[in-house]
Write a protein that binds this ligand. Structure first.
Ligand code: NAD
Length: 427
């Protein structure tokens, strides 16, 4: 039987490589290889049909040496504790690489929101907070949305937290609706951040964006805003893929002349699923789910889930591919990484490439704690500055040490976090 993919093993393998490169001492390695704390809990929900259903929830706090934990909450039927552990660890490195004063956490619930009513989702959000409210908070650990959670969910969670703690704590959670404590630019931030990195990578390899084509996996929050900005800087997006909930499989949608974002958005559900029949009527070619990866394009943007580019499909990439911008967390396995590296593909690693989301979440937290909100240009301007600086810091290390971007980003992050643990006298 083939071994199932375990993202935490990937995250630990990536860390071990860097720990050796940095020659980290044993206590620091032992500390950083595992989360500092994790919580497993049960969330009872009174379903609409009168039956009580128990959902499994998690919060993992990987490291808080540089500041309060930060990380999203994912609602997914295949959620596992090892996925949450991996994502929490990646959050630690992500906050460190963009140099924001936050640690790494992640949460999740094993559930499928497609099959839940609005009222049931509200109960689940409130129930999640009830179980963990003592161990999260504006100075401890600050959650945010992730796959299949949204601003409304964050507001229910905030409301529950404020009821329990008896006060107003808008800095408890980020990704809130704009009307109640959200930040301008948050919904665009991750996708735009991906494109700020792509823009800088294109300059490095001396290619003009208007001479490029792009293929994207996913059509959710990250993908849609990445497509928006990459088209505006001139790249032609020829293919996107998304999950079809009815058939429980993914499809790719191709239009060689360039996809139109607004027309696809109009036929997409709240979870980023594109309506297959309507897409065909609009002239999109319908292809298998993994066809996005085999497109003859310059830029690939995996922006759906982890474990998508593997040793089994890495060789199917077109020779034309020059940049892989990892919008999703953990889309490339370590074995695939070796193949991409040998082919000279410029990979912008996930925890650098998609750090725009957490950077803007940090801006939201700062604004919420001050109770003073900035305008959109100010937020996006600050985001561009942070992302561009982080990209070049990583690029400089990569060039200086003749290593690829992922290792360089890890070297920066792990050494910053290890130093903070040492400075605090933990190790
Ligand atoms: P989302 O739920 O809004 O969208 C996910 C998209 O992926 C949907 O379009 C869905 O149809 C598609 N999808 C799911 N399985 C697929 C498959 N097998 N093939 C093709 N498409 C598939 O999620 P999101 O917020 O856009 O997050 C996407 C990725 O980016 C995740 O890995 C997430 O952890 C990461 N991320 C998100 C943010 C953020 O701010 N939203 C920040 C950093 C990283």
């Amino acid at each position: 039987m083939s071994k199932t993919y375990n993202p935490f093993e990937t995250a630990q393998a990536q860390f071990d490589r860097i720990a050796s490169l940095l020659d980290l001492d044993k206590p620091t390695r032992d500390l950083l290889r595992y989360p500092m704390r994790e919580y497993h809990f049960s969330i009872p929900v009174h379903m609409d049909d009168g039956i009580v259903q128990i959902f499994r929830g998690f919060r993992v706090q990987h490291n808080s040496a540089r500041g309060p934990g930060k990380g999203g909450i994912r609602f997914h039927p295949l959620e596992t504790i090892d996925t949450v552990r991996a994502l929490a660890m990646w959050m630690t490195w992500k906050c460190a690489v963009v140099d924001i004063p936050l640690g790494g956490s992640k949460g999740g619930v094993v559930c499928d929101p497609h099959n839940l009513s609005i009222r049931e989702i509200e109960q689940l959000c409130r129930g999640w907070v009830r179980q963990i409210s003592r161990d999260v908070g504006p100075t401890l650990d600050v959650p945010a949305p992730d796959v299949m959670t949204n601003p409304q969910d964050m507001l229910w969670m905030l409301d529950e937290f404020e009821v329990i703690h008896g006060g107003k704590f808008p800095g408890f959670i980020t990704g809130k609706p704009l009307s109640i404590g959200g930040s301008q630019g948050r919904k665009e931030a991750t996708g735009y951040g991906v494109v700020f990195s792509v823009r800088e990578a294109l300059k490095e390899i001396n290619i003009k964006p208007e001479n490029t084509t792009t293929s994207v996996q996913g059509f959710g929050n990250v993908a849609q805003y990445a497509i928006d900005l990459i088209q505006r800087i001139g790249s032609r997006v020829v293919c996107v893929s998304s999950w079809n909930q009815t058939e429980k499989m993914a499809y790719s949608y191709r239009k060689s002349s360039g996809i139109r974002l607004d027309e696809l958005q109009a036929i997409t559900d709240a979870f980023g699923g594109i309506d297959k029949t309507k897409a065909r009527e609009l002239g999109y070619e319908l292809l298998p789910g993994d066809a996005w990866l085999e497109e003859d394009v310059d830029i690939l943007v995996p922006a759906a889930l982890e474990n998508q580019i593997t040793k089994d499909n890495a060789s199917a990439l077109s020779k034309r591919v020059k940049i892989i911008a990892e919008g999703a967390n953990g889309p490339t396995t370590p074995e695939a990484d070796v193949i991409l590296d040998e082919r000279g593909i410029f990979t912008i690693p996930d925890f650098l490439c998609n750090a725009g989301g957490v950077t803007c979440s940090y801006f939201e937290q700062v604004q919420s704690n001050m109770n003073y909100y900035w305008d959109k240009d100010e937020v996006l301007g600050k985001l561009d500055t942070k992302m561009t600086a982080a990209f070049h810091a990583v690029r400089d290390v990569a060039k200086r040490r003749k290593i690829h971007m992922r290792d360089a980003a890890y070297l920066i992050s792990v050494s910053r976090v290890a130093q903070a643990c040492k400075d605090r006298g933990w190790v």
